[in-house]
Design a protein around this ligand. Structure first.
Ligand code: ATP
Length: 423
């Protein structure tokens, strides 16, 4: 209970279908207790025997279907109860998806594949989490596909990944991220490398299909694909590509009539495109808040939830590993070798000579065992961050959640940097 202002206590009585929304003040921590009745947090049921402690900046909604009493201890920003929520609509969506799962089970066909899309700050990740949690609570094994490279839902920012979920998300720590399948992207927006982004989407779809082939429960449970908030121009093309790659049955558009109409026009008739409202509770985030959230997520990767662990620090000699960047600088058409298309350069592996420029960059450790494998489409084992480079001794220093030895030898460098100020 360190850092919680115990003098600030407030009780709330919620009528059925209401939700308590609160934000934790910067630098503070807040404790939430369920005193009476039943309540859920983004689809996970709360229990009375546990206190839930939220960190600085968390934005939370606790919803009750039947009424409850809650207690908040600590400094909150703007805590209020609202009855204006789209939860009944989301619950109906869940019921319709569950119906599709039942049919797929009976006929042994592919389960429902749902795309969640919409502009920034409409609650896409939250709706995704809700639908996954509701499915898990019915004993399903849905797969969360996260394409939001800006926030990194199943790993750190700058990656895409898939996670088959068997337990509801922890109200504080989110989904158990021990076994996600993660791919290196390297940028925080798809336009950092559109071609690579599309290649990875297709790859994830293939991998998910393969998993469906040998696991019936995964097959019938289907997937929820969380997309990123870039919905114009090439971002829109990416959504179409995603719907096609995953053979989406349902496209859930949050809060954008324009996007809804465009998708209805451009997707085949058998795709059920539906428009749903966003929750008025979703908090808009500034650029700085997004950057902070990214940093927080990365820090969590190295230090564990609530920073309970310390990463290992060690040196890696230049000769021990090879570092690559994905994507060569685009050449003007006239300079391209005959028969090579401009796009090819975007997925090309370019060797990076280790030097002082590496400092603070995040490196993904590829699972590839040899360069015969396609590193671009191979998943990663984990990440290190470079803290120092010593050209004289020909070594660089890293922080890593796992100790030596490195299980593999090929690194992919991210655009993303992380400056460790934990100390
Ligand atoms: P992005 O554009 O970054 O992909 P998004 O559309 O996925 O964002 P979320 O990440 O789901 O949006 O939600 C934004 C923030 O709002 C999160 O911090 C989330 O915890 C908070 N939030 C979501 N729903 C509610 C609610 N009903 N009440 C209060 N806060 C909420």
């Amino acid at each position: 209970e360190k850092g919680i202002d115990l003098k600030e206590v407030c009780d709330y009585k919620l009528a059925k279908d209401n939700e308590l929304r609160f934000e934790v003040e910067t630098g503070a921590r807040v404790k939430l207790d369920l005193i009476d009745g039943s309540a859920e947090l983004f689809g996970t049921e709360l229990v009375r025997s546990r206190s839930y402690i939220f960190e600085s900046g968390a934005k939370i909604a606790v919803f009750t279907w039947f009424g409850c009493s809650l207690r908040l201890t600590g400094k909150v920003e703007a805590a209020y109860v609202s009855k204006d929520t789209p939860m009944v609509i989301y619950l109906n969506t869940h019921a319709a998806i569950e119906q599709m799962r039942k049919v797929s089970e009976q006929k042994d066909t592919l389960g429902p594949r749902i795309l969640v899309c919409g502009p920034q700050d409409v609650g896409k990740s939250t709706v995704g989490r809700l639908l996954i949690n509701y499915a898990v609570r019915l004993g399903r094994k849905p797969t969360l596909i996260d394409l939001d490279v800006g926030q990194g839902g199943v790993s750190i920012p700058g990656t895409v990944g898939a996670l088959t979920v068997e337990r509801p998300a922890d109200p504080v720590d989110g989904f158990d991220l021990k076994v996600p399948l993660v791919y290196h992207f390297g940028h925080t927006s798809p336009n950092g490398n559109i071609k690579l982004y599309e290649v990875l989407i297709s790859r994830l779809a293939d991998v998910f299909n393969a998993k469906c082939d040998f696991n019936k429960q995964v097959k019938h449970s289907g997937c929820i694909v969380n997309t990123c908030g870039w919905v114009k121009g090439q971002g829109y093309q990416c959504i179409l590509h995603t719907a096609q790659s995953f053979e989406a049955d349902v496209v859930l558009v949050l809060d954008s009539e324009r996007l809804y109409n465009d998708l209805k026009r451009d997707l085949p008739d058998f795709v059920n495109v539906i428009l749903q409202p966003k929750s008025p509770g979703v908090v808009e985030r500034t650029r700085e808040m997004r950057r902070d959230a990214r940093e927080e997520k990365t820090k969590e990767y190295f230090y564990g939830p609530r920073k309970i662990y310390f990463p290992h620090a060690f040196d890696i000699s230049f000769s021990e590993v090879q570092i690559f960047k994905i994507g060569a600088p685009a050449l003007p058409d006239s300079c391209l070798p005959l028969g090579m298309e401009k796009e090819d350069t975007q997925t090309k592996l370019v060797p990076v000579a280790p030097g002082i420029d590496l400092v603070h960059h995040i490196l993904s450790l590829s699972m590839a065992e040899s360069l015969e494998e396609n590193l671009v489409e191979t998943n990663v084992a984990g990440f290190v961050v470079v803290t120092n480079v010593d050209p004289e001794r020909q070594v660089f220093s890293v922080l890593s959640p796992a100790p030596r030895p490195l299980p593999r030898n090929y690194f992919l460098i991210m655009d993303l940097r992380f400056i460790d100020i934990h100390k």
